[in-house]
Design a protein around this ligand. Structure first.
Ligand SMILES: *Cc1c(COP(=O)(O)O)cnc(C)c1O
Length: 429
């Protein structure tokens, strides 16, 4: 039997890197099989180490709104690298980047750059705690905010309201300060707020959840969340690491019409380089060091190459606001094709979509929170994933992830994907 180059590389990688990967979901554990090693990305496609070509709907897990290696980002990087790679001193491009984020997202008055989404969310929580002098915060089951200790907590079982760590190495102390509420269930929030009066620093939420499949916060729910935070002087944090500049040029907060106190960004704002950011009300952000006492720092934060790529991406968004209509059109076309296939096959799987983020759940009922999301048949998803891969379509190797459409996916790509979707489902159902 022929062993592929990807398989060989994976065997070698496992000798030197835990599980052979630098981030767990890449290892295909939840769908089975071995990951593909990628050697090149070009527009809407990726080419693996064996030379196979795939239409890519992961887009590096979100950053590639314009597909792989767009000319304007490549040009910005090549220009920037001529001047050096890092100075550890302020540069002008950091001001340009901050001003552009402030311009595009009205709730953000000041912003601090970091190097990942995880850093952005953990720093935002620290800012909220430092600003309010309170220690607890509320997160929602099924939302992902990176891998800082106090986010890796799930609801305890039974009547116990104490959260429990989801990973060894996370302390009970951390779990004690993280309160778990149910997405789209305002009463679960009200209960926690009442029980922990004047102790809650922040409520953090993905305003459009993209880490339990794709689920939008209901309008009334998010409005009430804002009200509760105002009444109780709780800092409302929108984690827009995935949705920021993905669903609209003003991010999910523009779509929902709600202003958070702090926002976190990542993925798209780095133009494919490792970048995160947190920002919001001046009153809170001015408490960050060195203008205030809340410590936060980073040797490579605001790195000139990363800023060049990120600034090129955001400038492109600012100068081409029409891209969101284009993304909507392409995504609707794809979703309609999928729906048509499902009707033909007599299946009524939940298809959630907001702009260019979508997810098909293998369950025939509405998915609006974590409880309904996890009813999806993930064994079936694994089979579907591999059938799609065989047909040259690269989806996330896990059910509870988003499918991302980019501006450079062509009608031909979308048609091929819709056909593969039909053939794959026909094979496995
Ligand atoms: C990806 C993601 C993060 C974590 O970002 P990293 O850059 O992977 O650390 C945090 N929050 C949300 C909503 C995300 O989608």
């Amino acid at each position: 039997m022929n062993i592929s180059k990807s398989e060989k590389l994976f065997e070698e990688a496992k000798l030197y890197i835990p599980g052979g990967v630098n981030s767990p979901v890449r290892a295909f554990k939840s769908v089975g099989g071995n990951p593909l090693f990628i050697s090149r990305g070009e527009k809407g496609k990726m080419i693996d180490a064996d030379g196979n070509e795939y239409i890519d709907y992961i887009g590096s897990w979100g950053p590639h709104l314009f597909g792989h290696n767009p000319e304007f980002i490549k040009k910005a990087l090549l220009e920037s690298i001529e001047d050096g790679t890092s100075f550890g001193a302020p540069t002008e491009i950091e001001i340009k980047m901050a001003k552009l984020i402030v311009e595009l997202v009205p709730s953000v008055e000041m912003v601090r750059m970091v190097n990942s989404g995880t850093e952005a969310t953990m720093s935002a929580i620290r800012a909220a705690r430092g600003y309010t002098g309170r220690e607890k915060f509320i997160k929602f089951e099924g939302c992902y905010h990176g891998h800082a200790d106090y986010f890796l907590i799930k609801a305890g079982s039974g009547a116990l309201t104490l959260g429990v760590p989801t990973s060894p190495g996370v302390t009970k102390g951390n779990a004690a300060d993280t309160l778990l509420a149910d997405y789209n269930d305002i009463n679960s929030v009200k209960e926690l707020v009442a029980k922990n009066k004047n102790e809650i620093a922040a409520i953090i939420i993905e305003p459009i959840a993209g880490n339990m499949g794709v689920i939008k916060a209901e309008a009334e729910f998010i409005k009430e969340l804002r009200q509760i935070c105002d009444e109780e002087k709780i800092v409302l944090i929108f984690d827009e690491v995935m949705t920021g500049f993905r669903v609209s040029k003003g991010s999910a907060q523009e779509v929902l019409g709600i202003k958070p106190d702090l926002s976190t960004f990542g993925k798209i704002i780095g133009g494919g380089l490792p970048v995160g950011a947190f920002g919001g009300k001046k009153e809170i952000m001015e408490q960050i060091a060195p203008s205030g006492p809340i410590y936060q720092a980073g040797t490579l934060s605001g790195n000139p190459l990363a800023m060049a790529a990120g600034y090129a991406a955001l400038s492109h968004i600012k100068d081409n606001p029409g891209i969101y209509d284009e993304l909507e059109k392409k995504s609707l076309y794809l979703a309609d094709g999928f729906m048509h296939n499902l009707n033909e096959l007599g299946k009524h799987f939940a298809m959630n979509r907001i702009g260019s983020m979508m997810c098909m759940f293998f369950v025939e009922e509405d998915v609006k929170d974590f409880k309904t999301a996890i009813k999806s048949d993930i064994i079936l998803y694994g089979k579907y994933f591999h059938e799609m891969l065989k047909r040259g379509i690269y989806l996330a190797p896990a059910q509870f992830e988003a499918l991302f459409v980019s501006t450079v996916h062509t009608t031909e790509d979308l048609d091929k994907t819709i056909k593969a979707h039909y053939d794959s489902l026909k094979t496995i159902l």
